[in-house]
Design a protein around this ligand. Structure first.
Ligand code: LMR
Length: 399
């Protein structure tokens, strides 16, 4: 039964992690996978998470099942974090929320949910989008279409082209996948006026917004990063949102996320929730508990919540500083290409805008690792390697 199987190419981002681990170069630099790193190049266990785990070890009384929706307390807390207290309260009766195994679990369950309630729907994704959106959503049987998004020339968003495509080609009942903040892979985000225009478009055309919010707090701030999404959710009848605690709580391997489904009317919510929980039951039955217990312990304890926010703020500021330093470092080396867009972009990622050959050369000659598209994870830079990275990039651009 297995004989006809052929090994598939490894996922490019995960393959890069493996290749980096195996490289013995003393100055190797990992700008590949999207995990936050500190000045020492470690992905830290956040102190708030560490303390919450200790509380849980002392206080947890059972490991019994938690059910397909996961923890109701986590679901309430994460909804408030994303939507803000006022809007979360206003929309409570219209929201069905499930704790999920990471943002990936939320995206896949959203796709399964869409497939079961609107089998002809297409999902419009940005060009480019996070590579794993394609198998996660397409794997549920949803056809994907792309809309223009990243402008290589300016490092911004091709907003006019994006709206023109969506207006011309998206149908009522289709979904448009939007990155809530810190667009992965480009770092180019929508501004508030553009969120308003998209909201108008969804209302006019009956297109359903589907938001992927994987980096809240790593762009401008926890509330600032959610303003566009909050505007949207306040206005539209139906919407979906996948969120993740991987990056902002540093809980990557604990697989902690949530899916929120907004129904047009409160009377619809029980059926929406029931459809979602049935999908979950038939896929993984219920989510793992630990990461969500950590998050709810932090968010329910004002001291821990404050500590967590200050740690998250420090992470965000470090990334913003590295953005400035990278641009300045390249300028100082006489690179004539304009990299100022890196300073204007948000979150962990930017494209360097170099060719796959140049990306390979950086890996071969300098052991500097990045995704073939030239996406870099800014958090992989530090005072220890910044000069080395700037020298490497300058040398391949000049050479
Ligand atoms: C990334 O984009 O590098 C992260 O979201 C990690 C992943 O799973 O791809």
């Amino acid at each position: 039964m297995f004989e006809h199987l052929k090994a598939k190419p490894a996922d490019p981002i995960l393959r890069l992690m493996q290749e980096f681990r195996e490289d013995s170069h003393p100055q190797k630099v990992d700008l590949g996978v999207g995990v936050y790193k500190d000045e020492q190049g470690h992905t830290p266990l956040m102190q708030a998470v560490d303390r919450a785990q200790r509380i849980l070890v002392e206080s947890e009384l059972t490991k019994s099942y938690i059910g397909p929706p996961g923890s109701p307390l986590f679901n309430d807390q994460i909804t408030q974090l994303v939507l803000g207290n006022g809007l979360a309260t206003k929309l409570k009766e219209r929201l069905a929320v499930a704790q999920t195994p990471g943002g990936c679990g939320a995206l896949r369950m959203a796709a399964e949910f869409i497939k079961s309630c609107q089998p002809t729907a297409r999902v419009w994704v940005s060009d480019p989008t996070w590579a794993n959106h394609v198998p996660l959503l397409g794997g549920a049987g949803l056809p994907l279409e792309t809309y223009p998004y990243y402008d290589q020339q300016t490092g911004g968003v091709r907003f006019d082209a994006m709206m023109e495509t969506l207006k011309k080609s998206a149908r009522a009942g289709d979904l448009v996948l939007l990155h809530g903040c810190c667009h992965n892979p480009s770092g180019a985000d929508l501004n508030s006026k553009q969120w308003q225009e998209i909201t108008e478009f969804c209302l006019d055309k009956g297109v359903v917004p589907f938001v992927d919010m994987a980096y809240q707090g790593l762009g401008q701030g926890l509330n600032e990063d959610a303003l566009g999404v909050r505007y949207l959710f306040n206005a539209v009848p139906e919407a979906l949102l996948a969120t993740s605690c991987s990056k902002n709580f540093g809980l990557y391997r604990e697989r902690t996320g949530a899916l929120m489904l907004l129904s047009a009317k409160a009377e619809q919510t029980p059926a929406t929730a029931s459809e979602l929980f049935t999908r979950i039951r038939s896929h993984y039955s219920m989510p793992p508990a630990h990461g969500a217990s950590v998050v709810e312990t932090i968010l329910m304890n004002s001291q821990l919540a404050e500590l967590w926010q200050s740690e998250l703020n420090a992470m965000r500021k470090r990334i913003q500083t590295l953005r400035l330093q990278l641009n300045q470092g390249l300028k100082a080396r006489g690179v004539d290409r304009d990299f100022s867009f890196i300073e204007r972009q948000q979150g962990m990622f930017s494209f360097l805008g170099i060719s796959p050959e140049q990306v390979n050369q950086l890996r071969k000659d300098f052991s500097i690792y990045m995704v073939e598209s030239s996406r870099i994870n800014l958090a992989g830079l530090s005072a220890h390697n910044l000069d080395y990275v700037c020298d490497g990039i300058a040398s391949i651009l000049k050479g």
